[in-house]
Ligand binder design. Structure first.
Ligand SMILES: Cc1cc2nc3c(=O)[nH]c(=O)nc-3n(C[C@H](O)[C@H](O)[C@H](O)COP(=O)(O)OP(=O)(O)OC[C@H]3O[C@@H](n4cnc5c(N)ncnc54)[C@H](O)[C@@H]3O)c2cc1C
Length: 399
């Protein structure tokens, strides 16, 4: 197993880095560097810049407009984007519903939706979770009933990320209540601007509004809103969730954050000496660095194994390991950042911008606490970490 990048891969990394340096709008880069949540416009603008280059759908095959990159190239691309840092591509379109459509959708659905996903003409949301169906997703209650040449959808979804921006949502709904839980579910593409769709924001612990409740009251969609076969939606959802976990480790982001923690801890004084010279802090910093390095090696091992066996189209259960370790590292690195910034991280989001600029400490100090709280989510979404441990026990350890 060779964990080193080849000369071609290193050249590819330089090409990606140069492109990002020359094309990522400076205001966006600075915004992201200060740990602020990318705005809708920033995400769309950056996706369109990448699209012009043919890079907005990094995992898609060439026949659907993707660049046809190897798994290693995809990894390098994501790492460079995260290191820049640039806004993420909108995963719900590019990594989730896009691959479902080109794998299971009709020719009309491919023609209609794939180019719009690549150019961010549609903003997609994920309508899977419900108030009583998260980890146990198959117990979902949203219903879709066929009525003439339409489907009528009723129910409620929750935790819908960026649902406030969405004009399209992919929805799992029960089409056969008599069948065994998983067997009676179908996968729908729903226009969120239709009558009967209501989006209500949920404020989260960081003070932001990133997630929403979405209600469906007698929402009528055309028959061709169904993807693939009726009652086969669970298979498509499993395929999609496997894709969701790939790349969730966000190694590039943690690396950038750890670099910043180091830089600040070396120059910030506490009790007369740099924070980095406090043994307990130093221990935790080094431990997190080691875990991050180990995570990177694991990610490369997974890629290397995939490169030698070829893409089977099935999610690798090792992605559960990357998800757990990646989320833990993201959380630990934000804890360290908060510790270094200390009392300067007291959140002042209610202050006028001018006043905020006068707060002491590094310029992003006022966002560090919000980031710390926001990162609590990463061990929950994309399949809660406890549930990933169940997958590892069953699929890798054979327990
Ligand atoms: C910020 C954020 C954004 C999200 N965005 C979206 C989105 O856009 N679209 C969408 O559809 N969903 C989204 N989700 C929902 C997410 O997928 C669910 O929160 C997740 O699947 C967990 O479900 P739950 O919240 O209902 O918790 P529950 O399933 O009720 O779990 C509660 C606790 O019990 C544990 N647990 C549950 N089952 C088991 C088990 N079998 N073994 C061991 N422990 C178990 C869990 O690990 C967790 O600690 C988002 C969530 C968050 C936090």
């Amino acid at each position: 197993m060779d964990l080193n990048f080849t000369a071609e891969e290193e050249a590819f990394r330089r090409e990606v880095r140069a492109f990002i340096r020359e094309n990522l709008p400076e205001a966006t880069r600075r915004h992201m560097e200060q740990f602020r949540v990318a705005t809708r416009d920033m995400i769309v603008e950056w996706a369109r810049i990448l699209h012009k280059k043919g890079w907005s759908t990094p995992r898609w095959p060439v026949e659907y407009g993707g660049p046809g990159w190897t798994a290693v190239q995809q990894y390098i691309f994501i790492e460079e984007c995260q290191a820049a840092p640039s806004p993420d591509l909108l995963s719900f379109g590019v990594n989730m519903v896009g691959p479902v459509i080109y794998t299971f959708g009709s020719e009309e659905q491919k023609k209609k939706y794939l180019p719009r996903i690549a150019n961010m003409d549609d903003w997609w949301s994920q309508g899977f979770s419900e108030p009583s169906a998260g980890s146990d997703l198959a117990s979902l209650k949203t219903r879709a009933v066929r009525d003439g040449d339409e489907w009528v959808i009723n129910g409620q979804k929750t935790w819908t990320t960026y649902g406030q921006y969405g004009n399209m949502i992919f929805v799992l709904a029960r089409t056969n209540p008599e069948a065994k839980k998983q067997a009676g579910i179908s996968f729908f593409l729903v226009d969120m601007t239709l009558p009967g769709v209501t989006v209500r924001p949920i404020q989260t612990i960081d003070g932001g509004v990133e997630v929403n409740e979405v209600f469906f009251d007698d929402v009528r969609i055309p028959l061709d809103g169904l993807v693939g076969e009726e009652n086969k939606g669970w298979d498509y959802a499993k395929f999609l969730l496997g894709n969701e976990r790939v790349g969730i480790a966000r190694i590039g982001i943690s690396k950038g954050r750890m670099r910043l923690v180091k830089e600040l801890a070396e120059k910030t004084l506490r009790d007369g000496k740099p924070v980095m010279e406090h043994p307990r802090f130093r221990d935790r910093f080094i431990q997190t660095e080691i875990e991050l390095k180990a995570l990177e090696m694991t990610a490369l091992r997974v890629l290397s194994a995939e490169a030698s066996r070829g893409n089977t189209g099935k999610p690798d259960p090792a992605s559960s390991v990357l998800k757990i370790r990646g989320s833990e590292t993201q959380q630990k690195s934000t804890e360290l950042l908060l510790d270094v910034i200390g009392e300067d991280s007291w959140p002042f989001p209610h202050l006028e911008v001018e006043l905020r600029q006068q707060t002491p400490g590094p310029e992003f100090a006022d966002t560090a606490a919000a980031l710390y709280f926001n990162m609590r989510k990463v061990s929950i979404y994309g399949g809660a970490n406890e549930v990933q441990k169940n997958i590892i026990a069953k699929m890798i350890l054979g327990l």
